[in-house]
Design a protein around this ligand. Sequence first.
Ligand code: LLP
Length: 431
Amino acid sequence: PRGTHRDETGRVVVAGVALTDVVAEHGTPVYVIDEDDFRSRARDFRAAFPDWDVYYAGKALLTRTVARWAAEEGLNLDVTTLGEMRIALEGGMPAQRLGFHGNNKSEEEIAFALAQGVGRIIVDSFDEIARLEAACVEGGHRAKVLVRVTTGVEAHTHEYIATAHEDQKFGLSIMGGQALTALVRCHSSQYLDLLGIHSHIGSQIFETLGFEVAIRRTMKLAAQFRTATGVELPELDLGGGFGIAYTSADTPQPTSDLAAAFEEMIEHECRAFALARPRLSLEPGRAICGPAGVAVYRVGTIKNVELEGGRTRLYVSVDGGMSDNIRPALYAAEYSAAVANRTSDAEPVLSRVVGKHCEGGDILIRDVFLPSDVAIGDLIAVPGAGAYARSMASNYNQIPKPPVVSAKDGVTSTMLRRETLDDLMRLDVGQ
Ligand code: LLP
């Protein structure tokens, strides 16, 4: 997080709290979120995109506290399930400021969203449009909708997190014609108020080219919709996906530069298709909470492996792993790491930080240089861990999920408590 430094004794300090003190209070592994950092990134988006609506993507990390921060910073919230809706509402995010996503929303979820007065529902399929209309009839509601479209953009990111190419599960194809059909279908429904088009091309993206193509294709679609109906769509949502720096190899653009690029592209396409500027929205998740978080583990065992060519690699085992951060195993995601409880003058050696799960692929950081005197009991801090780590945690090997604590002005506060083994044992109700 911003402002992270080492104190005079060499301990890493986040938001005014030494990680050793966080660990003394909360144990390891632990996820620490710097509240001011989260808030400042939220403000950066609001400042860079002043007349846009910014929906924080709750899938990255959502707790009641996080929902409250987002609400206080003037963000809206992107939710995808009943669980996310409930946390958001309980955290004080008004239902009006929720955008409800998902490619397989259940009847229960739709009914809940309508009853709460969720601000917008992003419809993902013809089946869902029918399901939503039926729910409107049933409950006497109207629904504001955007149609999630597939723009055909091949975003340059990991296959599993690219979402705009044709051959994947999300959205209605522009090229195949379903997107226009769905828009017209929603427009002519007596239960739905069609707001516009939604596009999300993928996640952890650094180049603006994919967004440029998505903007061109969605605007062109809006023009085709106007030709078909005589009506201009009032809104366009461009989703999230803005990349962050996990290692020094990643070079994200400042949010203000992104905004300038987006503005230029929008202006250009509005002119090209003679469309009025729609109301615009974005859904950043990772870019707001990723850099605000750090995971802290404790080293339990160390082994030195001789590699070919006389080189060696230190295997540093920590007390978490793929159950609290699946990203390296799932996407070959890279992270950096540092010893957080002290500095060392020892020579840096090629190391691999691994978890405690019964699986060889349980690697947190494939290649990282750690001081050769790294020792049992040392704390390993992994920055950039605020997004899609704890939120994707599992109980693989019956490991309880770690807590998430917020840190601000030298004080920590628990957002999500650590799971206990008793929590897990209670779920096993068989004989
Ligand atoms: N909007 C929609 C419709 C999305 O599906 C997503 C992410 C976002 C916004 C936010 O994207 P962001 O700004 O955070 O990149 N688990 C993966 C990422 C999956 C993203 C899913 N959807 C990872 O750990 O990299």
